[in-house]
Write a protein that binds this ligand. Sequence first.
Ligand SMILES: [Zn+2]
Length: 69
Amino acid sequence: MKRLIIILALAASSLVAFNACNGSSKTGSEKHQKKGKYTCTMHPDVSSDKPGVCPKCGMDLVERDTTDK
Ligand SMILES: [Zn+2]
């Protein structure tokens, strides 16, 4: 049983370290959302693979500008 506690403690401390590293920038989960082709003009963090509406404001999603250099 002691081993489980140690594992949990290690997991918790590594999570804290991870959050500390990324605290100043954006959340780690955002990286997963960058791929979507469609986004909301008001909420750049919203993204979708297909046309739809923004879950935050209900606006139509627009095709992401892919002409970035
Ligand atoms: Zn929106």
